[in-house]
Write a protein that binds this ligand. Sequence first.
Ligand code: ATP
Ligand code: MG
Length: 719
Amino acid sequence: RAAALPPYLTGLNPEQREAVEALDGPVLVLAGAGTGKTRVLTTRIAHILATGRAYGSQILAVTFTNKAAREMKHRIGGLVGGAVEAMPWLGTFHSIGVKILRRHAELVDLKSGFTILDTDDQLRLLKQVIEAEGLDKDRWPARQLAGLIDGWKNRGLTPSKVPPGEGFAFGNGKGAALYAAYQKRLKELNAADFGDLLLETLRLFMEHPDVLADYHRRFRYILVDEYQDTNVVQYLWLRLIAQGSPNICCVGDDDQSIYGWRGAEVDNILRFEKDFPGARIIRLERNYRSTGNILAAASGLIAQNKGRLGKTLFTDGETGDKVTVMGVWDDEEEARSVVREIEEQGKAGQRLNGIAILVRASFQMRAFEDRFVTTGIPYRVIGGPRFYERAEVKDALAYLGVTLNPANDLKFERIVNVPKRGLGDTSVERIHALARARDIPLFRAAREIVETEELGGKARKSLRDLVTAFERWRSLIDTMKHTELAELILDESGYTAHWQNDKSPQAQSRLENLKELVRFMHEFETLEAFLEHVSLVMDTEQGDDGERVSLMTLHAAKGLEFDTVFLPGWEEGLFPHQRALDESGEKGLEEERRLAYVGLTRARRQAKVSFAQNRRTRGLYQSALPSRFVDDLPEANVEVLETKSPFGGAYQNFGNPFEGGFGRGGYGKSRFDNAEPRFGATYDTPGWQRAQSYEKTKSRDENWSRDAEQRRRSAMRPT
Ligand code: ATP
Ligand code: MG
């Protein structure tokens, strides 16, 4: 009998096979990391195709990223042998949504060639809408409104469905009305934003049952990966479509729900049985990905969370290396030692494609990218731009670049109206015209044009202010420390404030990136030396081919796996991230811990945690505390690496933290804390020292702006 089994079924364990073969009726595969959930989905599709149950075009399969969709298609091909017939409905929620929307655009007041707005377009439009309502656009930032609207769209709320009172805080009670006005403008422009791709499909289905019925007939099988991270609109959308066929199979892991901050609702997974009566729940418990130590470490960590369904996980694989934990002096040292180790592993024959560095915050990438470029190790950044290609970093570099060399036209043009200072396309075009006519750089043309009547009063004034500011900044190059000058420029130009006023979650990370950029400047003697280094780093080719180390955020690592995973920056305030704790308290902490679980479970053979004892901000060392997640790792599965101080000796506090007076038994402080309490007191409560550290972090930010104010004053004082 076994010989008759199609080859794609032979490697599966009994539960996996059950999940693949249970084609009729709803199925939920609820299982921990690395148990083969994605593999089950892929094999299930292969099985449907191979048994002739449906054509590829009759299968709706949802993945979390486009990359995952491509990979899945490729794997299916491998399983059924040969090319897979077209699977037009295999993709992300958004890519499937846009496809449906284009076919029926007229029904939701669009034309099929509608454009999809990117964030910049969206903001520009929102700004117009805000102004058209007679509101002050400086008081009511478009970004904040964008955040509100995205939130509503994620929850499946059209303007008329927004609960009364919500959005009241924005625009003198006009939040919801602005949303309605914005939607109307979108239709007039024949455009949709990202959120519309799902929300408008949902509306289409609800208002046009005949269209929905058509899709009901079409989709014989529905499959969804990473189900724990679906948000409300995705959930409603799925439920509508699934009314046509009971054959829906969702796979997920409540412990890996990491997008709550973006509206994902892990409850969707808990509701599955209710939503799909007669659902079969299949649990997979054998982990095929990680060694015993890694799996045990990850399981011990996630066990600290209270709100979870709870699962058993085991592996028949080898015990393998313990998870290593290393404390280093500072973040530069962390990058140096991680990259050094990667270099050694590479020399020893380890494939670079099998190595990943997973960071909590994008600013952490800077140090690693610099080391990679310096050492010539090829790398790729997954799921986002490289550090120096981030918009905010490029803007900041443009300001610095123009200060150093006013003739740099590209850079000048980039920031002439960033942040917005009333210099629209027409003004910029006039500067260009003059520059062309006289064959001079844009900056000089700008300086000349403000002496004429060419530009309107307001534009002329703000351009004059900008030119004067650049000239003053330039005059400070020789007298002011380059790092202080950089901060001064970012403050005075209004660039820092531009992001400080921004209430979107991304703004925080942009500010962190700006700080990191300035922080890194301390490593250089002059502005010039720094900019030269940056241009070298930016110049290195980043193909996607060949063997490369992967660098990405923990969020982007979901579903992926690597032989060796480095997990740097396990420090309080960074991971768990302060913002998650401040904004969502215990819930936020649990989501951060799930993120740590996701990180650890990406590793097949080696997981390497590290933390820096000090992070340098603006040239000053701030002591950091090891993350509480380090304490969450079971002692038996962890090896603490002895760390040398830059002065040769071992740190006094890194003897063997598991022994002596501050082991895990001695609760009240981390086993990595100094034997000498750093803040000079005894520990009454476990949270005491951490509370101190939060205070420190906070006041650091306050100092940041206060200092900025002082610098501004002293720079303006006539000398
Ligand atoms: P995650 O929760 O991280 O998304 P997952 O549950 O989707 O994980 P997969 O990525 O499907 O897990 O599988 C993890 C690894 O285990 C993959 O390398 C996969 O090929 C392998 N694997 C899964 N099932 C088996 C099996 N029956 N035999 C051998 N290897 C398997
Ligand atoms: Mg998976």
